[in-house]
Design a protein. Sequence first.
Length: 238
Amino acid sequence: MLKGFGVMKLKLCFFFLLLNVIHDVQSQSATKWIANMPTSIPVLQGSCVVIPCIYTYPKPTSKRILNRWKGFWMKGKTIISTNIPKWRLTEEFRKRTQFLGKLQGRNCTMLLDAVRPTDVGPFYFRIEMPQYKSFTYPNTVTLDVKSNPEPPSMSVSVYEKVTASCTVSHSCPTILPRFSWTHSGSVSTRSKKMNAWQWETVSTLSFVPKSTDSNLLLNCTVLYRGGKRATSSMILSI
Ligand SMILES: *[C@@H]1O[C@H](CO)[C@@H](O)[C@H](O)[C@H]1NC(C)=O
Ligand SMILES: *[C@@H]1O[C@H](CO)[C@@H](O)[C@H](O)[C@H]1NC(C)=O
């Protein structure tokens, strides 16, 4: 009982700490131009990446209604993504980017698909508010483009049933990796967000082993958005 109370006190403490942090961000947001984005994101060539981005700006003193906001993601002088509908992007980025964030909600999140080895960046964000100000945020994000995926991490437990899992992390939540196994059974797949730019997808296979399954070589192959594959294997000694 007493122990439980201690935990609750700790939780409350943590809650107030969290409130303080949120409060700090909000009070900053009223006075400063700040864009929050990762400095570097690992991404597999051919796959997609969601670049998380939040920005703030000093509160305007005038009460004029701000509308027709324009947001631009840039690489050098090239616009690679914008919230303006029907904007004609250069050939290099056409149909590969999507401006996901709601600009007026201070969200500048962007998706880049079919990532090429040349997509390293640095990318930066610019906001234009016609009734107020325009600002180019100084921080940038670079992509660490990998040409080949890591083999998935694999684990197996045997207890009446064989339960095998294959786990990968990736940057593309819109088109998840697909898994295949070299043994039949029931398969389930789950995904969860690990941090602002990384997701984890796990495929779990389970089956009741037969006597012919002793020393079975079990493979798990993952197929990523863009077509890259990686395999891991384990030998089951039952
Ligand atoms: C920003 O927008 C993206 C895309 O809609 C969304 O997934 C994300 O949760 C938003 N971030 C915040 C902090 O609201
Ligand atoms: C399983 O993986 C091993 C090692 O990666 C490979 O040699 C073998 O051909 C694979 N077997 C199947 C059926 O895919």
